[in-house]
Write a protein that binds this ligand. Sequence first.
Ligand code: ASP
Length: 359
Amino acid sequence: MTRCWLRTSRLARRPEAVRIHVTYTGGTIGMIDSPHGLVPGADLEGWLGTLLGESASGQDLGRKDVTLTALSPLIDSSNATPESWQLIIDDLRTTAAGPTPPDAFIVLHGTDTMAYTSAALSYALTDLSQPVVITGSQLPLGVVGSDAAPNVTGALRAAVSGRADGITLFFGHRLLAGNRATKTSSWAFRGFDSPSVAPLALTGAPWQWSEPAAGGRGWDGPARPYARHDVAVIDLVPGVTAARLEAMVTPQPEAVILRAFGVGNVPSDEPGLTNVVADLIEAGVAVVVTSQCHQAEVLLGHYETGDAIARAGAVGSRDMTLEAVYAKVQFLLSQGLRGAELAAWVGRSIAGELTESRG
Ligand code: ASP
């Protein structure tokens, strides 16, 4: 992937306007048909200029001064990597440090891995003073009935509301905490949910806002850039053997995320299975246990079936989504943490991605 920006352009300029910077990364929102399926290629810049120009004259959205950076290459977010997260972070930081820093950022992104990116951004940008709202759409902007326009104008409205803080995700008339969100539908206009916390806002007349869930920012100071680390995400299934699990962690990854059952239970009667986990931990590989449940609080030790791997040193992911856990492990590895040191951070909030304790 080329580490450069395609172009930065000014879409609308108005005196005393609220300044918005849009980072366009790709995704269905700007795609067009090709003989091999949808690919980036729509005139997103022109469309956005018209949309925001019109919106900017509306009473609700006020005056806007909008700049746009289109990353190169524009990608289907299925091709995103931790390096792609870093490209977005670099654009936001460069723009924030520029001569006319924006009041808020909007990131246009494919929906497939949007929740991974929004979680990743939240860890790396705890010190960014402007809000960042990430959005995209299920249908391209050129399709009649597309959700592209309502999602972008909703993101804009959230961005200038003065109430959106940190990294949030706007989609299907709801504003969600960026590191609490997960994609729940490949087709519904309400394609995202935050299963463990309430939406931050629902659109309407007027919008209904709720208090953000408690969960402090625990990471101080600058973060090292994301680099791609070898993290294995493994789903346990009834009947999995120790030999199969062993094969799935060979060669040894830098960290393992085990998607277990319920509150973090593993088939502890399966001969040798717990030993595979114990051996990994002994070799300095952090093992994070998460749940296959859409909504879960992982509590290792609640059942005997989770206790054995907890005793071996595995840590539970509490109520984090898979996206939040995966991006967090990539973040911690990128900071140089390994093994027990990394595991110690899993249950601590970096940017409000988990509920630290339930009363
Ligand atoms: N494959 C697309 C992407 O994630 C899907 C979308 O944007 O809705 O880039």
